[in-house]
Design a protein. Sequence first.
Length: 343
Amino acid sequence: MLPQITPPLSATLVTQRSYPSRAHSEISSKMVNCYRVIKAVCIVLNMIMYTLLLVMNYASNNSSGILFGNKSIGQVVRKYSIEFDPAPWAFHIWKLVNAWTIVWILYTLSHIFRKRVPDVLSPLFFVFFTLATVSNMAYTQFMSWDIIKVTTGFNFALVVFLYASLASSYAGLYKQRYFIRQFDFWVIHLLVNNGIAVYATWVTVAGLRSLAVAMTYIHGIKQELAVTITLGILALSIVVWFILENTIFKEDLLYTLTIYPVLIWVMVASVILNFNPVSRLNASIMEAILAISCTFFMGRILLVVWRIIEKRRETRAVADIAMSENPSKVGGNPRAKIYRKDG
């Protein structure tokens, strides 16, 4: 009599789980498709809202008296003049901000049609940036109505949402660092992150100016003191950012370099080429911020170049060790694979 043969436990489990696993894969596929639809909606909504913002900004420069009150944005800014006022030509940076943002928004549209793009820019990223756009629209609206308190609040909301967008992008790059293609890696760093950094830096300075205006014209604080406080906050923020980007977040912020050129642009417009009267103390602080920004920018460039060189050396060293242990895998030439990879 032949002994009874029982299937191994693993085979039994595979047989028993074949149908549930198929159902599970179908559910996973549906969830992935649903996620892709949600992300596509967020991308399109982000584009629509930013387009509306551009139209709104164009209309707000004309005192229509219908939607935007009886004053243009420029008239309101001139009405609440303070010592920390960049020269009028400095505001042309908005053209750069808008052009940069349009380019990376057009790039994100490709994510709708590309199936194998790593999920670096998640729906949360687009939600944050859309909220930043809405805050900018509200800021423009209340500025035209000459409501300074509310304008200042929306200005800082804009700052918060822009930095939240940056944080979301950096988090996505970290999670997908082993899967992202070089093209998307560089496009996201150079277009998305550096573009938002220009935007965020400019509106941060604008937010501090709005704070000084609110303290001076609403709360009755002396203009010189209000400007001194806001300039002190700006100087401290620059130092803290430089420390963080070179210590805790040195890998994440390695290729974000546009913070300091914006600060240099603002300070040059506020100190050197601005002929409005400024107290000696605040002029000295602005000159110090300009010097710090130039120094940090040059130092940052040198640090980035040095780190890139060090990374390449580490990569070559690791590859050399691996190839020396298994030279047969490269057809007898342990460095051939390295040259092909780097070249």
